[in-house]
Every structure is written in structure tokens, then in C-alpha cells.
Design a binder for this molecule. Structure first.
Ligand SMILES: Cc1cc2nc3c(=O)[nH]c(=O)nc-3n(C[C@H](O)[C@H](O)[C@H](O)COP(=O)(O)OP(=O)(O)OC[C@H]3O[C@@H](n4cnc5c(N)ncnc54)[C@H](O)[C@@H]3O)c2cc1C
Length: 344
């Protein structure tokens, strides 16, 4: 009888690993502090190598039939200029986290997994317990407070499947979801705590008057029930080998959101953890070996990507560097492609 596995966190990484283990008949319990379905702060734009991980684990077709919409082009805007609409180097998928997380949770249970919703794990992470508990809060890094806001909207006409609007205080991504909805999700920074954010969040998400974002959102009808926010985001890269638990997804390291690659890393790291965790469950590997193997393969897969994403993220917050990037990406196709390929 295989040793049971516990996964702390029923987000994308935890549920993907849980499903893949169940397909191999490993007993698994996922502890999830929240409930399903629920809205999450996320650009809801799935791109990069994680799509291939989903295909290998056998989840891609299911996610497509849950309603994921293909995205094939993108347009970037600063306050004053636009790059125009350009094809994405590889097609991506757009799907609401409200639908995606719920679909994965149902699939996990359908395969015989035990899901403890509303159950917050408060213990340590001993042998057999995987940490998939998402981002590790960082109050102010370094000096800046980073926070994310998201809402779904209707009556928003986009020029491309993904629009990215760069603002002085952050950036807002808009992507086309199924059924005419648009996801509006922003990452922002502030040196001081933001007063009245609970009341004034729409001002942040529609951008300053005169901006392309403001014009785009002019007639938007917001679905207030979908609004959510997250604070204390830590965006500096971390090495998996320095973590003391067997961690996957954001619990390993969070990649700056403008790459649209965090979900991909959640799926990929779940796939990388699958074989070692199964071997532990069947008694052919110790937990120390599992931790080391998962951490080393995640570092091999993600270290370079996290470094590039960190540089690009910094560049977007520096006016001169942002202008150079804009110019290069507008006139040199290799720069546009390379921006995606180095962070995928
Ligand atoms: C503003 C913003 C925009 C983004 N846009 C995109 C995008 O467009 N594309 C993209 O690919 N990525 C994007 N991301 C990143 C993406 O959302 C994350 O990388 C992804 O959700 C990570 O998945 P995860 O499973 O590791 O963590 P999560 O999805 O956060 O799941 C972790 C789960 O663990 C649970 N949990 C935590 N602690 C405990 C506990 N002690 N006990 C039980 N349960 C616990 C939580 O409730 C949560 O459900 C964005 C992020 C932000 C902040």
C-alpha cells in the first residue's frame, strides 16, 4: 500500500500534483484554507511551458472544454504610446480562476482524492507533506509595497486578446475571457500604505484620465462580485534549494506577473515533483532525497527565467529603460519574441 501524501494548498500547483498522483493511485489529501469556486487575483492568461505540462498530465483537453479561450495576439500600451497589435510567439489560453480552480478541485475528487476545504494546515512540513500554499507574504520589498487587484468587466472592446497597460504606479493586463467578459488585473506599488483602497480600487484599475487604459475602460460594467485583492507580494527570486520544505508553485518563488508565467510554473513544478513524490510514497526514495531532487530540478528549470523576469520587471518601472524596451519591441521582432521566450 503506497504511503499517503498530504498537499498543503489547493491552488493550481497543489491540485495539479494531487490529480497527477491520483492517476497513479497514490492516496492524497489536499488541505485548502479557502472554498471553491472563488475569484483569485490573477491575469488569467496561461502561457509558456506549463501548457505542455498540462498536456502530459492529461489536463489540457479538460481545461479547454471547461471553456478556456485561445489568445493569439497582444498589444502593449504606455501612457503615451502603443506598440500596436502583435502576434504572440505561441498561443496562450485565458480562463477565469473561478472556473479553473473549481474544475481542478472537482477533477481531483472525481479521481478519488480527499479535499479538506476550509481547512488551514498549521503544522510543520514533515516527510510526505508537500507545500503548495502559494506566495509567502513579504511586507515591503525593498521599500515598495506591492499589491494586486482584479475584477471582471463587460462592455470593454479590446484591440487584442491580451492588452498590457503600463502606468506610473504599475501595470494592468486585460484579457478576453469566454462569454464576452474581460479580466482586468493590475499589479501596483506604493511606498506608503494606500488609504481607502477598499473603496477606491476602481480608480487604480481604470488608470489615470488621459491614459489608453482609461479610454478602454470608459464604458466598462464591472462585476463587483468578482473583485479581489492581494497584498504583501514578494517578487524577488528565491532558489528552491534554499527552501526547507518540498515546495511547488508560488511557495517556491513568485515570478513577476507581467510575464504571465506564474501559473505555468505552478503546473511545471507539480509535474517535476510527481515522480519523486510517487517514489517516496512507494518506499523507494527518502523524503530528503525527494526534497533535493524536486528543488534541483525546479532550480534548473526556473532560475534563468526568474532572473530575466526580474530584469524585465525592473525595466518596466524605469521610464528610460521602458522607453528603450518599447522602441526595440516595436521595431525589432526578435526583441518582442525574446521577451516572451526568455520568461516562458
Ligand atoms: C496581480 C497578479 C497577476 C497575475 N497574473 C498572472 C497571469 O496572467 N498568468 C499567470 O500565469 N500567472 C499570473 N499570476 C500568478 C499566478 O496567479 C500564481 O503564480 C499562481 O496562482 C500560483 O499557483 P499556486 O498553486 O502556487 O498558488 P495559489 O494559486 O495561490 O494557491 C495556493 C493555495 O494554498 C492555500 N493555502 C495557503 N496556505 C494554506 C494553509 N496553511 N493551509 C491550507 N491551504 C493553504 C490558499 O488558500 C490557496 O488556495 C498573477 C499574480 C498576480 C499577483
Amino acid at each position: 500500500m503506497p504511503e499517503p501524501i498530504i498537499i498543503v494548498g489547493g491552488g493550481l500547483a497543489g491540485l495539479t500534483l494531487g490529480i497527477a498522483l491520483r492517476r497513479r493511485n497514490v492516496p492524497v489529501t489536499v488541505w485548502e484554507a479557502g472554498q471553491y469556486p472563488r475569484h483569485r487575483v490573477c491575469g488569467e492568461f496561461i502561457s509558456g511551458r506549463g501548457l505542455a505540462s498540462l498536456a502530459r498530465i492529461g489536463l489540457l483537453d479538460g481545461i479547454r472544454s471547461a471553456g478556456a479561450r485561445p489568445a493569439t495576439d497582444a498589444a502593449f500600451f504606455s501612457e503615451t504610446t502603443t506598440m500596436g497589435v502583435r502576434p504572440l510567439p505561441e498561443a496562450a489560453l485565458c480562463l477565469s480562476r473561478f472556473v479553473l480552480d473549481h474544475w481542478l478541485a472537482e477533477e481531483f475528487q472525481r479521481l478519488g482524492g480527499t479535499l479538506r476545504v476550509g481547512g488551514r494546515w498549521t503544522g510543520e512540513y514533515p516527510a510526505g507533506v508537500v507545500r503548495a500554499s502559494g506566495r509567502r507574504p513579504e511586507p515591503a520589498a525593498p521599500g515598495w509595497r506591492w499589491f494586486g487587484l482584479k475584477v471582471h468587466a463587460r462592455n470593454v472592446e479590446l484591440r487584442a486578446d491580451l492588452e498590457m497597460h503600463l502606468l506610473p504606479t504599475g501595470y494592468v493586463g486585460l484579457c478576453r475571457l469566454p462569454d464576452g467578459e474581460v479580466n482586468v488585473c493590475g499589479l501596483f506599488r506604493s511606498l506608503i500604505p494606500v488609504p481607502d483602497l477598499a473603496q477606491r480600487w476602481p480608480e487604480w484599475l481604470v488608470g489615470p484620465p488621459g491614459s489608453a487604459l482609461h479610454a478602454r475602460m470608459a464604458g466598462a460594467v464591472l462585476d463587483l462580485s468578482s473583485f479581489c485583492s492581494v497584498a504583501a507580494l514578494g517578487l524577488s527570486p528565491h532558489r528552491a534549494i534554499d527552501r526547507h520544505e518540498c515546495s511547488i508553485g508560488d511557495a517556491l518563488s513568485m515570478i513577476p506577473p507581467m510575464t504571465g508565467n506564474g501559473m505555468s510554473m505552478a503546473f511545471e513544478s507539480a509535474e517535476l515533483a510527481l515522480d519523486p513524490v510517487e517514489r517516496f510514497s512507494r518506499g523507494t526514495m527518502t523524503w530528503a532525497q525527494v526534497q533535493e531532487e524536486v528543488a534541483r530540478s525546479c532550480d534548473r528549470m526556473f532560475a534563468r527565467r526568474l532572473r530575466w523576469a526580474g530584469w524585465m520587471h525592473q525595466a518596466l518601472f524605469s521610464r528610460p529603460a521602458r522607453s528603450v524596451l518599447f522602441l526595440l519591441a516595436t521595431h525589432a521582432g526578435w526583441c518582442w519574441r525574446s521577451g516572451f521566450q526568455r520568461t516562458r
